[in-house]
Design a protein around this ligand. Structure first.
Ligand code: ATP
Length: 345
């Protein structure tokens, strides 16, 4: 099978398990982001894919071949890791051509490839510039070009944009994604920034405590989070307890939600409802009622905090659809069954 496959990959440091039974398939030409909080095992997993660390158990396959024990330099990888800075004493062109030079590529081919990559990263004519004379964003683009010079099978980037300011970072996310699509190169990026992952990835792999909690397209991760951790980690959400009555019907905030199927064998659990899916109405228009306790006007959107049965529910609306409410007002809340996602605990 082509692409990258991780089979039951585990990494232990002494008694501590940093990565646990990871199963993942990355099809050729796709863009995957490993996303999760600090210490969840993203970098450890990436280092094993790169061959910088050996798994304690499990196997890694690339293009059908078992590469678990193959050294990094024989894996056909392009890498942009924070620890792999540009060579400061070389020019931009020499940096990009570095791996071609050590592979003995003819000078003319090196120059052609450097020019091709410089135009791809929007820095034509920069070949002779010392790297010391580049901005942060330009350096990062050169690091990307250097990693791509050998046309690797797999492109690995660990927090490639984290040193850049917010605006440049956003622009580079789009650039990196466009470059990946143009080249069709299988790419894996480690990030702790969910917006970055949502912008770039075909598949977002959400990790926690060394395990994959969900691997799915960004929209699915957001709209159909698999469990409480993913729902809470991605964007903001309302986590609300549900109970199942004797007739198998689900109640949320003390009221029956018609059309919401209760999972078999569960007497209670949690649902996730995104704030933009909470609709506020007049109190006599909805089964669930509460009282407004706070309104946050962020310009582009308005958050209304409503207390219901001792729990705060947040509703988000655009300024045009601004609910006509103020602190202390009673309001109705409508939750349609299709926006209530039942979570695994
Ligand atoms: P961050 O976003 O902060 O970089 P991460 O998700 O990349 O975090 P890892 O660097 O993979 O996390 O670390 C996962 C866990 O493994 C952490 O608890 C870390 O302390 C531990 N760990 C990583 N490398 C080693 C090591 N060489 N020896 C012992 N423990 C390690």
């Amino acid at each position: 099978m082509s692409g990258l496959t991780l089979q039951n990959v585990t990494k232990q440091f002494g008694p501590f398990t940093a990565v646990k039974n990871v199963e993942l398939t990355v099809p050729d030409g796709t863009f995957v982001c490993l996303l999760g909080p600090s210490g969840c095992g993203k970098t450890t997993l990436m280092r094993m894919i790169a061959g910088l660390d050996l798994p304690t158990s499990g196997a890694i396959r690339l293009g059908g071949e078992d590469i678990t024990g193959v050294p990094t330099h024989k894996r056909d990888l392009g890498m942009v890791f924070q620890s792999l800075a540009l060579f400061p004493h070389l020019t931009v062109g020499e940096n990009i051509a570095y791996s071609l030079r050590i592979r003995g590529a003819p000078k003319e081919d090196q120059k052609k490839r450097v020019d091709e990559l410089l135009s791809m990263i929007h820095l034509p004519g920069f070949a002779d510039r010392p790297v010391a004379k580049l901005s942060g964003g330009q350096r990062q683009r050169v690091a990307i070009a250097r990693a791509l010079a050998i046309s690797p099978k797999l492109f690995l980037l660990d927090e490639p944009l984290s040193a850049l300011d917010a605006k440049l970072r956003e622009a580079m996310q789009v650039e990196l994604r466009q470059l990946q699509q143009k080249l069709g190169i299988t790419t894996i990026v480690v990030t702790h920034d969910q917006r970055e992952a949502m912008t770039m990835a075909d598949t977002v792999v959400v990790m926690n405590s060394g395990e994959i909690r969900q691997a799915a397209p960004p929209v699915e991760i957001y709209r159909r989070p698999a469990d409480t951790f993913v729902a809470d980690f991605i964007g903001s959400t309302n986590l609300i307890e549900f109970k199942v009555d004797g007739a198998g019907r689900m109640t949320v905030l003390g009221k029956l939600i018609e059309g919401l199927a209760a999972p078999a064998g569960l007497a209670s659990g949690m649902i996730s409802v995104r704030p933009e899916d909470v609709h506020l109405t007049a109190p006599d228009m909805a089964p669930i009622t509460g009282r407004v306790v706070f309104v946050r006007d962020l310009g582009g959107m308005i958050e209304t905090f409503v207390e219901v049965e001792g729990k705060q529910i947040v509703a988000v609306s655009t300024p045009r659809a601004r609910p006509d409410v103020a602190i202390g007002h009673a309001v109705g809340i409508t939750l349609s069954p299709d926006v209530c996602v039942v979570l695994k605990s």
